[in-house]
Every structure is written in structure tokens, then in C-alpha cells.
Design a protein around this ligand. Structure first.
Ligand code: SF4
Ligand code: FE2
Length: 628
């Protein structure tokens, strides 16, 4: 009864949604269609922060009512927003904390399975926060780096270490408004306190703490996650890699790792290459073991090692319907609870691995960084078992999309500047001479309330057509990879200026930077653009814009807020949790910009979104005197 083409533009996903429906299994697409979003909640016009409520305001006439305590629509919406920022920031910083835990144990010599793989990166990160590196041993530097970065979380007063990377004028704006993060734990604690019933009831003051908390994500927890992962597992360099379900192999044991923390994935790579396990798989009649990623940890290993990626967030249920997935191992974030039942239907072995994320009915095989292979070997063994007794038919959509992934900010530096004058100067030059109009970050989730991938793809096509260079992370990057835009020859879809730069450098018009925490790479790239000069003094001066066209998670709100607080105009699609006529909405969408920050924008339509971003870029170009 459903037209699955309305749910998605991903052919593999559509095919599997049809198969699932024929098999009598439903997915989030059907559940979304059947359950309309609550209109009061969508407008953030309800409050359940105490037992005098829950209170519902009238979103058509937002100032006609207040909550039982007297809370206005601005207070209620700002508090709801604050808690989304808190949760999103907590997710990214807790992920960064896990990476830091591994790093500490590596430095202390208590972990044997991981080591410092990228010493050069270790040195450059240490130097960037003022640690002496000249003539010092790697392990000495690493100890200092650990101690410094721990302050990102635990510091109660002062400024987090990576503010040293923030352009001076941007930092001045933060200091002026009192939004420089002290430590992530402190900021998250304070925002939870302030959004409690009866505490902070001034939406402007609440938004300040939203910025401070979100900045502890972007320039804090997320940046720590990215930098430590690079140090431990290697900094990505461009490589050709494949995306889509066609990388499942019927005659292999197929294992998917889905989640966010790369340590699980790195150990799984070791396990699937273990000769003993490969031999076991062959004994079971398989040609070998085939490992794929999904979601963000998948995007990281796609970038670092070229491990194929099966699909983004809205394909995680669909991929199970292939019947080809022998095991799916998950860790944290974006794991739909429905995957357990879906896996049951198709006989896929589904494993939770992280003590912070168990799912009722799922088999839990706990992952410990001290003995990571215990968990990952077990998953492989169980996958081999399942391969031996595959129930039902296997149908693999034959879609494979090759592209170039792995554009770290270091590599962008190198690529544009060449070995000896590695810098962002050529990028800035091309922006100033007008070949490149500006840079857009297009990132974030997919959401069953819109046609999967469509908004991402149309937006990006429109941007590159107008000579805007696009940088990407997360599920958005996977959407564009499936659309074929990660290939250098996609430059034919770009405007003349951008196409010329792409052809000269040999790069695609769309640069994949990795996972959601790797949005921190985009922040660093922005800081570099300011540092090399010619494009203003703060991030807010740059001709750049950001978008999360199909966002769904609280993490996305935290990301949006840290980009806005860093000075970037950031447009979200799908829906936005504010009411247009309210003071809180006007602060996010206009007021913040007047204070020297960026601002929020909203458009559900990709062409409208592109127009808003391009207009903004043009406005910034004009202010810089580089029009035309
Ligand atoms: Fe209602 Fe105020 Fe309680 Fe919220 S805090 S539920 S608005 S009484
Ligand atoms: Fe993610």
C-alpha cells in the first residue's frame, strides 16, 4: 500500500523496503507515516519539567497562555532547546571521553591492542595547545597531551584547551558574551540546572548557556574525539572507497558494525583479518569474511582504511532485509531499537557491545578496550555460525558507488598547497578571485519524515552548481557518495570556477571529511581560513554556511548551535523546534548574528535552502569587498 519511492531516493533501500514489506516487516518509514508528529511538541510549545504540568501552550497564539508556573513560550522553548543541546553535547563529549580513556591507557602502557599510530599528528595537536614538542620523546608529549585534554571535560574554571585554535576575534566575541566553555562536565551540569523548573527564565540567558555548552562539544568533546582517533588510528588521507549495499557478498560471512566509536571497529578489522577466524569461515563454506560499516564509525573507517560502507541511518533496518547480514554489532548512538526485532525476523545475529547502550532482547557481548578482541572475535564466530545456517533467501541490491573519501583538514591543507607550501592560502585565493564563491558544510542525519537522501543531494548539487565548495560528514556524506558526487569527475556538475579548481587539483567538488565528530575538522578548516588572511578576522566574516537538511537527533542541535556560536550561518531542514513569531526564535534566527555570532536558518526545501546559503555567502563576500 506504500509507495516506497516516496520514502527514499536510495535504490538499494527502496528495494529492501519493498522486500521487508513483502516479508511482512515494517520499518521506521512506515511508523513515521502512521504516526504523525505531535504538532505541539514539534513547535516546542509543551513543557514537562515539573509535576504541576505537563503544560501545553497554544502554538497558533504563543503568548496567549503561560504554564502553571508562569513560564512563557520563550522560556519553555529555550529550556527544551537547552536540553537538546545538553544531550547532544553529552553524546559527543562522552564519545570523546571514551577515546581519551583509550589514549590514557595506551600512554600508561596498560593497553596492548592499540598504539600511537600517527606521531606527527600527536606532535601537531600537542603544539597547537602550547605543549613543548621540540626534542621530546613521543610518550612524554603524549602524557602531557592526555593531561591537557582531560581539562576539556573536568576543568571547573578557565577555558578549554582547544580555544587556542579559535581565531582571536571569534574568541573575543565569546569572551565578551561569557560563553567560553570551562569544561564540558561543568557546562552540561549547569545547563541541566538552569533548565530545571524555576531557575533560568530569561531566554537570552538560557541561549548563552546553550552556546557555551555547544562550544564545549565542537571545540571540546568532538574535537578531542577526532584528534585522538587520528593519533591512535591514523589521520585520513583521500582514498577510493565504496558505499552501498552491493558491497555485501552472498558467499562471504557479512558483518556490519554500526555506531560511533572507532575503537570497536578497529578491533573488528583485526578480527576479520585473523587467519584462524578466516580459516573457520572457510571451513563453514564461506569464501571469506566481509566487513562493512554503517553510520559514523563506518564513515570513519571508510575515510581511514577504505572499509566499504553499507548505508546511512535510514538504511540500517533495510540492510537487514537483505538476509545477507550475518551479524550486526552496535555500540552507541543512532541505534534504532527496532533493529533487534528486524534482526530476529531475518535471523541476523544482533549484538550490543557497549556497557552504556544495551537494548532489551539483544545479545550483549561487552567490549573492553583492554581486551577488545574478546568481543570482536566472538562476534565473528557467531557470524560464522549464522552463515552456516542462513535462514531464508538472500537478496543483495547490486548497487556499489565508488568515490574519494578521507579529506582531513590536514590533507586539505596539503592538497591545496602542495608539499612545501601546505596552507589554505590557495583556497582563500580562489575564494577571493571568485572561482570558488564560498564553502558550505552539509552534514547530519537522514530522517524518515523526508525522502531519504533527496534533500541532501539536491542541496549539494545546487551549491556546487553555484561554485560553492561543499565539505561533508556523517550520513550526509554517505548520501552524496551514493549519488556519485564524491568522484573527481562530478566536477562536471559544478559551476565553471569550482570545476576549474577541481580539475587543477584533481579533487571532487564535494569533500568527505568523516563522521559527525569530524565536524570539528570543518571548524579547524574555518579557523585556518581566517588565519591565512584575506577573508576577515573572525569565522563570522567568512563566506561560509552550514546545513543539516535531514537532521533528526539532539546531537544535530548541539552541532548546529556550536556552528552558530562559532560564527556560521546554519540552516536546518525537516522541522525546527521554535515558533516563528516568538522572541526566542528571533534571537536564534537574527539576534545572535547582531551579537557577532552566526545565526540559524530553516528551510525544508533544498532549493530554498541553497538560495539562503548562497545569499549569505554573497553577503559576506560583499562585506569583504570581493564581490564579482
Ligand atoms: Fe508547566 Fe512550569 Fe511545570 Fe513546565 S515547569 S510543566 S510550564 S508548571
Ligand atoms: Fe553520527
Amino acid at each position: 500500500e506504500y509507495n516506497f519511492r516516496e520514502f527514499s531516493t536510495c535504490e538499494a533501500t527502496i528495494q529492501m523496503l519493498q522486500k521487508a514489506a513483502a516479508d511482512g516487516v515494517e520499518t521506521a518509514f512506515q511508523r513515521a507515516a502512521e504516526m504523525k508528529a505531535c504538532p505541539i511538541g514539534a513547535d516546542s510549545a509543551c513543557c514537562k519539567h515539573c509535576a504541576m504540568g505537563p503544560c501545553r501552550l497554544n502554538s497558533k497564539d504563543p503568548y496567549s497562555k503561560v504554564g502553571v508556573c508562569g513560564a512563557t513560550i520563550d522560556t519553555i522553548a529555550a529550556r527544551n532547546f537547552a536540553r537538546m543541546v545538553a544531550s547532544g553535547c553529552a553524546a559527543h563529549t562522552d564519545h570523546g571521553m571514551s577515546m581519551l580513556d583509550v589514549f590514557r591507557e595506551v600512554v600508561n602502557g596498560r593497553i596492548a591492542d592499540y598504539k600511537i599510530k600517527d606521531e606527527e599528528k600527536l606532535r601537531s595537536v600537542a603544539a597547537s595547545i602550547g605543549i613543548e614538542v621540540e626534542g621530546r620523546e613521543t610518550m612524554e608529549i603524549a602524557k602531557d597531551l592526555y593531561e591537557e585534554l582531560e581539562r576539556t571535560y573536568t576543568q571547573v574554571d578557565g577555558e578549554i584547551p582547544f580555544v587556542s585554535r579559535v581565531p582571536k576575534k571569534t574568541l573575543e566575541t565569546w569572551r565578551k558574551h561569557g560563553v567560553v566553555p570551562r569544561g564540558a562536565m561543568r557546562e552540561i551540569m549547569e545547563i541541566m540546572h538552569r533548565s530545571h523548573m524555576g531557575v533560568d527564565q530569561d531566554y537570552e540567558n538560557i541561549v548563552k548557556q546553550c552556546s557555551r555548552t555547544a562550544l564545549a562539544d565542537g571545540w571540546g568533546g568532538s574535537m578531542v574525539a577526532t584528534e585522538i582517533s587520528d593519533i591512535l588510528f591514523g589521520t585520513p588521507k583521500p582514498l577510493v572507497a565504496g558505499v552501498n549495499m552491493g558491497f555485501l557478498k552472498e558467499d562471504h560471512v557479512n558483518i556490519i558494525v554500526h555506531g560511533h566509536e572507532p575503537n570497536l571497529f578497529e578491533s573488528m578489522i583485526d578480527s576479520v583479518n585473523d587467519p584462524e577466524l578466516v580459516a573457520k569461515a572457510k571451513e563453514a563454506g564461506a569464501a571469506g569474511i566481509n566487513l562493512l560499516g554503517m553510520c559514523c564509525s563506518g564513515a570513519e573507517v571508510l575515510s581511514r582504511h577504505g572499509v566499504p560502507h553499507a548505508g546511512n541511518f535510514m538504511s540500517t533496518e533495510a540492510v537487514i532485509a537483505t538476509g545477507a547480514v550475518d551479524a550486526m554489532a552496535v555500540d552507541v548512538q543512532c541505534i534504532k531499537q527496532a533493529l533487534v526485532q528486524m534482526s530476529e525476523c531475518y535471523g541476523t545475529k544482533f549484538f550490543t557491545t557497549n556497557p552504556r547502550a544495551k537494548i532489551e532482547g539483544a545479545q550483549h557481548v561487552e567490549f573492553h578496550e583492554h581486551e577488545p578482541r574478546k568481543c570482536t572475535n566472538k562476534v565473528v564466530e557467531m557470524a560464522i555460525e549464522r552463515f552456516k545456517n542462513r535462514p531464508g533467501r538472500v537478496v543483495i541490491p547490486q548497487r556499489r558507488d565508488m568515490g574519494v573519501h578521507g579529506f582531513s583538514h590536514e590533507y586539505i591543507n596539503y592538497m591545496l598547497g602542495g608539499t612545501f607550501r601546505g596552507s589554505y592560502t590557495p583556497l582563500n585565493d580562489n575564494i577571493i578571485n571568485g572561482r570558488i564563491r564560498g564553502v558550505a558544510g552539509v552534514v547530519g542525519c537522514t530522517n524518515p519524515r523526508v525522502k531519504q537522501d533527496w534533500v541532501h543531494v539536491e542541496l549539494v548539487k545546487e551549491l556546487i552548481k553555484n561554485n560553492v565548495l561543499v565539505v561533508q560528514t556523517g550520513c550526509s556524506q554517505i548520501a552524496l557518495a551514493k549519488a556519485g558526487l564524491m568522484k573527481p569527475d562530478a566536477a562536471v556538475l559544478a559551476g565553471d570556477g569550482l570545476a576549474e579548481v577541481c580539475e587543477t587539483v584533481g579533487m571532487p567538488p564535494v569533500l568527505g571529511c568523516g563522521s559527525c565528530v569530524d565536524n570539528s575538522r570543518i571548524l579547524i578548516a574555518c579557523a585556518e581560513m581566517v588565519r591565512v588572511g584575506g577573508l576577515g578576522e573572525s569565522i563570522a566574516d567568512l563566506p561560509v554556511a552550514g546545513a543539516a537538511p535531514e537532521w533528526m537527533s539532539e546531537k544535530a542541535i548541539s552541532i548546529g548551535q556550536y556552528f552558530v556560536a562559532s560564527g556560521v550561518f546554519t540552516v536546518f531542514g525537516v522541522t525546527f523546534p521554535t515558533i516563528k513569531e516568538t522572541k526566542f526564535h528571533k534571537l536564534l534566527f537574527e539576534g545572535l548574528e547582531q551579537m557577532g555570532f552566526g545565526k540559524w536558518g530553516f528551510a525544508a526545501d533544498p532549493y530554498e535552502m541553497a538560495r539562503m546559503m548562497i545569499d549569505h555567502i554573497d553577503k559576506k563576500r560583499e562585506a569583504l569587498g570581493i564581490m564579482g
